[in-house]
Design a protein around this ligand. Structure first.
Ligand SMILES: [Zn+2]
Length: 396
């Protein structure tokens, strides 16, 4: 896609690029690794950056040292459009990742594509839109939320505090292709209880690790079944913790399971299916008991499809013939959808480099993302639609 400074009024391409690089680099330097989650300095930096540009800026604390940033642009009566991304990043493998470098047209550093590059592009889009306020109506919100990389506390706080939006874009690395479907995830912990015995007389005990092992193999075959069914979901045993001493038949063993959900699969049905395998394992091992509990937040899968008014309007505003491939990772989008807000995922960079020690974003991708965010917001909030009807409507 050609880079254009269209809509950026007096800004030259070079000025746009330097603003984007400067903002993205400043954000990368803020060490907002999650865990433990220290996003408040990001929210404060954004509050300073957007002061005087937005009509309202607020740093909303969600826990000590952790905060969301919400900036509001008021253009009068009309719909509300939300641009949202996240301020936390996964921990670094190498401290040098906090020092962004530009090499070969790439900005390299922790969060370059997931998702501080998207945040920088959203700032640029909002600045341009604020300069074009005469052409707009309604409300534009820029939110940068905490805790996307763990339990989504940031976006959940935003929703529970009464955020109302008619449509939203979540900034995540999608190579600047709008994505309208996403996998979900449900994580479980299964704690097996057997009976301890001297390891020299194993038959006197009930070995919890053997129970766990049978369950782990059942999860492996469940994953194969999902593939055979054509599901976009998956199943993996990811953490095992059991046994206490070399010469003791283990009494307890815990297994964590990460079950990804494809569109059409619900977390409730997925948990039922795992439970039925679990009870089979227990039936085959007299004396073995188990407890099943959630481990981490559950996120449902979604597919907005291409036929809703929102999605067709969005794709036409972007000049994109069809939605991009399903988003493989977890994002904050399902939480907005659960709150009734039609949401697409769109942002610069590729998921392939996110979370890696060579995370980067192409500088050109940042410029394209800023253009796309501006274009979608203009389509949604522009006065250009017939009789003030937004070009992109949710149909609600
Ligand atoms: Zn992300």
């Amino acid at each position: 896609m050609a880079i254009t400074s269209e809509g950026s009024s007096s800004s030259t391409v070079a000025a746009v690029q330097s603003r984007l690089l400067s903002d993205a680099s400043s954000l990368i330097r803020i060490r907002s690794a999650n865990p433990p989650g220290r996003e408040r300095p990001v929210a404060e930096w954004l509050a300073d950056r957007l002061e005087g540009i937005a009509d309202g800026v607020s740093v909303e604390e969600i826990a000590e040292g952790r905060a969301n940033l919400v900036a509001t642009f008021e253009f009068g009566p009309g719909p509300t459009f939300l641009l949202c991304s996240h301020s936390d990043v996964v921990p670094v493998q190498d401290e040098g990742q906090w020092d962004p470098v530009v090499h070969d047209g790439r900005l390299i550093g922790r969060g370059a594509c997931d998702a501080k590059g998207a945040v920088a592009a959203m700032i640029e889009a909002c600045e341009r839109l604020a300069e074009r306020r005469g052409e707009l109506r309604g409300t534009l919100i820029l939110a940068c939320v905490a805790d996307e990389e763990s339990d989504a506390e940031g976006v959940l706080a935003l929703v529970s505090h009464g955020l109302l939006a008619d449509a939203a874009i979540i900034g995540e690395p999608t190579s600047n292709i709008a994505v309208l479907s996403s996998r979900g995830a449900v994580r479980l912990a299964v704690r097996f209880h057997g009976r301890a015995a001297h390891a020299s007389s194993p038959s006197q005990g009930v070995n919890a690790i053997y129970g766990a092992a049978r369950f782990i193999l059942a999860m492996e075959s469940l994953d194969a079944e999902l593939i055979a069914r054509g599901s976009m979901g998956s199943c993996a045993a990811t953490v095992v913790d059991g046994g206490s001493k070399l010469n003791v038949v283990p009494e307890v063993c815990t297994v964590h399971v990460d079950r990804r959900l494809g569109p059409g699969e619900t977390s409730a049905a997925a948990v039922c299916e795992i439970e039925s395998r679990l009870s089979r394992v227990a039936d085959e091992a007299p004396g073995l008991a188990y407890e099943l509990s959630p481990a981490g937040i559950t996120v449902e899968a979604f597919d907005l499809g291409a036929d809703l008014t929102f999605t067709t309007g969005l794709l036409s505003a972007l000049g994109q013939p069809s939605p991009g491939p399903i988003f493989r990772a977890v994002s904050d989008a399902p939480h907005l959808i659960a709150a009734g807000i039609p949401t697409a995922i769109l942002g610069p960079g590729s998921l392939d480099t996110a979370h890696s020690n060579s995370e980067f974003v192409d500088v050109q991708d940042l410029e394209v993302a800023a253009d796309l965010y501006e274009r979608v917001a203009l389509a949604y909030l522009g006065r250009a639609g017939p009789h003030g009807t937004p070009v992109v409507s949710t149909g609600r």
